[in-house]
Design a protein around this ligand. Structure first.
Ligand SMILES: Cc1cc2nc3c(=O)[nH]c(=O)nc-3n(C[C@H](O)[C@H](O)[C@H](O)COP(=O)(O)O)c2cc1C
Length: 405
């Protein structure tokens, strides 16, 4: 199972701004995700939050002083710089950004930043005027040109009470950005993956549609997991769930829109995972105005339905057909037979069959129970597990299929 933060060595640099208290939350999130976190604080940071907080959160020594070297240890700034998989500076003051942009190394944190080959992620936090100052902007341009990644700052209420840009982004967003940076060495790095999610809506009139119970959770889990493994992900979705950071989002509603988006997105794509529940039928005509009921309550309404185009069938014969195509079969009966026939008919490499009549799997819930069927006839029945775990197993198989393709 891929948890990109597990066993990673992260140095968390904390500098002297009000947002230093949020660094404790960030530190806790990183530790909970399995990372080994060494905290390095500037002198000013210690005015805002106690090193003891970080020591208690990490169960490790907190580094405060470049010259405090216990005799038996190596030189901390060199050892830490070498060990790090990632250096996060959050909050990053205007002062520290200026030092970094000029290659200064007058404290432990800036010395580590200069010595490390690990990616550097900075989350600035300051008053809007400090943020907008040409000096700060020039420093950031320079740091980005040297390869540093910027998270934020966000707009919102600042410590002074003013509202504007300069607020440190929330710890969860910094963790997500850290995952993206660490994923650059994941097993799907350099891979382009398109995933569809949610149920399509086929309009009847301006207010009504024919839909289905799909919420998009499975597709979002795949998008999230693929991003964490280094893939460049496009998520084509009908759902309104918050998209994973760093994923390209394309919102669609109908089967026709989803088809157009998929056929456009698969250009130069390695992997397509069709987890959306796409309507097989749509109303033959869409009423321009809301259909009104007749005064006579015995008069009902019939809607003529026509077939929608079959996206996976179109992909199968498309010139830009991805190297690996994965489908989903949501069935209420004859699960494996129906899935196997879909796998063959649509020339898929793999299909995930799920029985949507169970209450703990399929639509809307966070768990799923699927059987994976492969073009070579093999099957793998997975037990009930989280959709994220299902996503990871599907991607493990995608990695294998890419090697064979
Ligand atoms: C109450 C208070 C709040 C501060 N908040 C910030 C801040 O949010 N961002 C910032 O860049 N500087 C802030 N400063 C100024 C820094 O603490 C100061 O520039 C310091 O030298 C930064 O040192 P460091 O970068 O080594 O941590 C604040 C100062 C005080 C007294």
């Amino acid at each position: 199972m891929s948890n990109i933060l597990a066993y990673k060595h992260i140095i968390l640099g904390v500098t002297g701004g009000i947002a230093a208290y949020k660094a404790a939350i960030l530190c806790s999130r990183l530790v909970q995700a399995g990372a080994t976190v060494d905290v390095v604080m500037t002198e000013a940071a210690q005015r805002f939050i106690s090193p003891l907080t970080f020591q208690a959160l990490t169960h490790r020594r907190v580094y405060l002083d470049m010259f405090n070297i216990p005799s038996e240890e190596n030189i901390p700034h060199i050892t830490l710089a070498d060990q790090a998989n990632l250096l996060i500076i959050a909050p990053a003051t205007a002062n520290t950004l200026a030092k970094l942009a000029n290659g200064l190394a007058d404290n432990l944190l800036t010395a580590i930043a200069l010595a490390t080959h690990a990616p550097i992620l900075v989350a600035p936090a300051m008053e809007t005027d400090m943020w907008q100052h040409p000096a700060t902007q020039a420093n950031l341009t320079r740091l980005k040109a040297w390869g540093a990644t910027l998270a934020g700052p966000a707009e919102g209420r600042l410590a002074s009470g003013a509202v504007g840009r300069g607020r440190m982004v929330e710890p969860d967003e910094i963790v997500e950005t850290a995952r993206i940076l660490l994923a650059e060495t994941g097993d799907l790095a350099n891979c382009k993956l398109v995933v569809t999610a949610g149920g399509t809506r086929e309009a009847i009139d301006p207010v009504r549609f024919i839909g289905n119970h799909s919420t998009g959770k499975m597709g979002y889990a795949i998008a999230h997991a693929a991003r964490d493994r280094g893939a460049s992900v496009t998520l084509i979705t009908t759902a309104s769930l918050p998209p994973p950071l760093g994923v390209k989002l394309i919102k669609v509603a109908s089967a026709q829109q989803m088809r157009a988006a998929v056929l456009k997105a698969i250009r130069l794509t390695d992997v397509l995972v069709m987890s959306a529940a796409v309507a097989d039928f749509r109303p033959a005509t869409v009423a321009e105005q809301k259909i009104k009921k007749k005064a006579d309550s015995s008069i009902g309404l019939s809607i003529d339905l026509v077939r929608t185009s079959d996206i996976l069938a179109d992909v199968a014969v498309h010139v830009d057909r991805p190297r690996v195509t994965v489908g989903f079969a949501a069935e209420s009966e004859n699960l494996l037979d129906n899935a196997e026939s879909k796998l063959k008919r649509k020339n898929l490499d793999m299909i995930a069959a799920n029985n949507i009549s169970a209450t703990d799997a399929g639509f809307g819930v966070d768990t799923n129970r699927v059987t994976l069927l492969f073009a070579d006839g093999t099957k793998n029945a997975l037990p009930l597990m989280s959709k994220r775990s299902v996503a990871e197993i599907i991607l493990d198989n995608v990695v294998d299929l890419l090697c064979e393709a």
